[in-house]
Design a protein around this ligand. Structure first.
Ligand code: CP
Length: 305
């Protein structure tokens, strides 16, 4: 039985396969409409979500399956002190596959030990968010036609932004990739990602604080929200929350074919005036997330269409 806890558990061939399936789903949705008939997905969300939970649910419904679950810890017996291990052992009696979000890093990994059904990490604390990365990868593929020879700027909260950590790992496997890590000093990419991923694989990267100076070189700009919920101190959050706000003026020296991504939700970091710019891809990314989650559910349930 396979789970998805970290994006690096998928080989590049498996990612290619998921992209191929997602593209086929986009072209031929009817072909997949009953592929998960009588299968149940459980969405166990111990932390808030709009996109991830609802796109998992939409994905399962569009595959002809059903969905059970909860959207906050307080409506589950976790509020009475039940452990993650026991919760998923119980849910594994009802569902064929589990998508789980939890504020504690490693909780979905713990869940794999007792669930008895495939577990998908739908975001664990400030650690990883592999299915957001699948959405990001399909977006990059559809916008750029592939993954090689790209300069990728990641901007904002690179410390707590779990989507950034998963995306750096995923993109580090391709040829000719360069990262520009744009953040305030306090929100730099964790050291373990620099040493274990970038330096280990000799991937060129620079850490800078100016978005404007980095802009002309970028093929992809991945904006992120400052993660209020991970701060210990509100004063620090208030000081850092508006470190970067992308406005049309700041795009004046950007490439004409720049792709602007953001995992969403956005707070202030992309002006709504950017939404009508053809380079804005963040709402396409939302839809791509549903298709990749459909492809992932099919793969983990070993459904061949
Ligand atoms: N991108 C993302 O994880 O959004 P949600 O928190 O709304 O699921």
């Amino acid at each position: 039985m396979k789970n998805l806890i970290d994006i690096m558990e998928l080989s590049t061939e498996e990612i290619d396969g998921l992209i191929k399936t997602a593209l086929d789903i986009i072209e031929n949705p009817d072909k997949y409409a009953e592929s998960c008939k009588r299968k149940k997905l459980a969405t166990l969300f111990f932390e808030p979500s709009t996109r991830t939970r609802l796109s998992f649910e939409a994905a399962m419904y569009e595959l002809g399956g059903n969905v059970i679950g909860f959207s906050e810890a307080n409506s589950s017996s976790a509020s009475k002190g039940e452990s993650v291990a026991d919760t998923v052992k119980v849910v594994g009696c009802y569902a064929d596959i589990i998508a789980m979000r939890h504020p504690k890093e490693g909780a979905p990994l713990v869940a794999t030990r007792t669930a008895g059904v495939p577990v998908i990490n739908a975001g664990d604390g400030g650690h990883n968010h592999p299915t957001q990365t699948l959405a990001d990868l399909l977006t990059i593929y559809r916008e750029k036609g592939g993954f090689n020879n790209l300069t990728i700027g990641l901007c904002g909260d690179l410390k707590f932004g779990r989507t950034v950590h998963s995306l750096i790992s995923a993109m580090s496997r391709y040829e000719g990739i360069k990262f520009v890590l744009i953040s305030p000093d306090e929100l730099k990419v964790p050291r373990y990602i620099i040493t274990d991923v970038l330096e280990k694989k000799n991937i060129p990267y620079e850490e800078v604080s100016s978005l404007e100076k980095a802009m002309p070189d970028l093929d992809i700009l991945y904006m992120t929200r400052v993660q209020k919920e991970r701060f210990f101190n509100e004063a620090d959050y208030l000081r850092l929350k508006d470190s970067y706000i992308l406005t049309p003026e700041k795009l004046s020296n950007a490439k004409k074919d720049l792709s602007i991504l953001h995992p969403l939700p956005r707070v202030n970091e992309i002006s709504v005036a950017i939404d009508s710019d053809p380079r804005a891809c963040y709402f396409k990314q939302v839809l791509n997330g549903k298709y990749m989650r459909m492809a992932l559910i099919l793969k983990l349930l070993e459904v061949n269409v």
